[in-house]
Design a protein around this ligand. Sequence first.
Ligand code: GLU
Length: 214
Amino acid sequence: MCGIIGYTGSENVKDVLLDALELLEYRGYDSAGIAVKDETSHVTNVYKCAGRVSDLRAICDSKKILSTCGIGHTRWATHGGVTDQNAHPHQQGKVTLVHNGIIENYRELIADYDLQEILHSETDSEVVVHMMDYYYKKEKDLQKALERVITRIEGSYALCIVSTIEPDKVFIAKKDSPLVIGKTADASVAASDIPAILDYTKDVYFLEDYEIAI
Ligand code: GLU
């Protein structure tokens, strides 16, 4: 088990994400990472490492990170070693993604989408971000891209996705991995378990398999 978090709202997302990842630490993990939107350029910056959330916090504290939208992840490695490179988030083109679960057909997808030469990690998860990039280029619409992606991936997943195309939105989807969402007057938050969002709202909704939320 491991954890996932997505947030868009009015607070400084760095602390929101790191605090939530600490609340999800009980689920077990070997690496941690966050991706946050840069407020001026809208580029998505990724900070990640093998190790503890406290190690990730030390990396983030050494940078000036001001942002109100982002995603975070604690990894329990299933495919690929415990390395900085294999830690999530993974990024391709304008899309950045975190994934909890296992993409069972990732080998077939690597062949189908011709990804052998361009993967940066050994994870099953990275194929999903390349597929998002591929379908975004075809559809010119992130939601449609995600709809296409989830018809092709098999296995278990909780996904949180951000993009420079729609920089204040977090796209999420799930199958056989938990994902709960909550909304307040000025924020929306998604996480793999309730403790990570209870600070914001007690009014929560558990996503069903194959449901997408933005
Ligand atoms: N299968 C993915 C990996 O090995 C995600 C593992 C997880 O759920 O953290 O990176």
